[in-house]
Design a protein around this ligand. Structure first.
Ligand SMILES: [Zn+2]
Length: 264
């Protein structure tokens, strides 16, 4: 069964790409079918985390998988074939809404973890994951910027039978963002080729362009990214997850730790 086909450009490469989402039998996992070969959506397939999450296997590679994977995490989708004809998933409107709204809601796949996990990065960045009865995710960002400052976002899906709760309405629509100074540098360096005001929020000194969908949309987007990267573990932990200034690098390191838990 085909859920949907989405066409658009990649935000970093500017390359066009059509992605077709198709149901797979239970146990298949999430699979990207690229012109160069198959890539399983697994933590050990991460080959780059600089500006987005890039997966690779053999000759095949695919950039910016995190928003689609976030939609899968929020919707509880563990088995999916994504057939692509380009090097980077379409950015759509910069959020996960365009992916999440075409996927059905399945029970979230939560697993108990035996002990706390923590990954740390530069500048006080960390993600801590404490075993708990249920899943809660709290994500904070902090920028020395007159407009942004500190923002916090939270997501707590209702308990079993687990559903995505408010993911579709409150997390999926949060768009990616960039600071105007950085955006200019990226464009000068020939990067962010597909970026535009249709798929990203530009942060100026005194305003957001276009206007925000939520007062804490930036923190919500970081939470969205975190869920997408963690889904590379194949499950979400029954845990209190506290993320401070998370990045794709940190997210994927935690996903790797989770994926290596021996559940017997
Ligand atoms: Zn993102």
């Amino acid at each position: 069964m085909i859920y949907a086909t989405r066409t658009g450009v990649g935000i970093h490469t500017g390359q066009p790409c059509t992605a077709t989402l198709e149901a797979l039998p239970p146990g298949s996992g999430i699979v990207f079918d690229t012109p160069q070969g198959i890539i399983q959506a697994q933590a050990d397939r991460v080959i780059e985390t600089l500006r987005c999450t890039v997966l690779g296997s053999g000759e095949a590679r695919l950039s910016t998988v995190e928003h689609l994977l976030s939609a899968c995490a929020g919707r509880g989708i563990r088995d999916l074939k994504v057939t692509v004809d380009g090097p980077e998933l379409p950015i759509l409107d910069g959020s996960a809404a365009g992916w999440a709204e075409v996927l059905p809601q399945s029970p979230l796949h939560l697993r108990e973890i035996p002990e706390p996990l923590i990954v740390t990065g530069k500048g006080g960045a960390f993600i801590a994951c404490f075993p708990a009865e249920k899943l809660t995710v709290t994500c904070a960002i902090a920028f020395e910027h007159p407009l942004v400052g500190t923002q916090v976002a939270r997501w707590e899906p209702p308990p079993a039978p687990a559903s995505g709760g408010a993911y579709l309405e409150e997390i999926a629509p949060a768009r990616t963002f960039g600071f105007i100074e950085e955006v200019q540098k990226l464009l000068d360096a020939g990067l962010a080729k597909g970026g535009s005001l249709d798929n990203a929020v530009i942060v100026h000194q005194d305003r957001y362009e276009p206007p925000l969908r939520f007062a804490n949309e930036l923190a919500r987007h970081k939470l969205l990214d975190l869920l997408g990267d963690l889904w590379l573990a194949g499950f979400l932990p029954k845990a209190d997850i506290i993320a401070m200034k998370p990045s794709h690098g940190l997210n994927c390191r935690l996903a790797s730790l989770l994926s290596r838990i021996d559940f017997e």
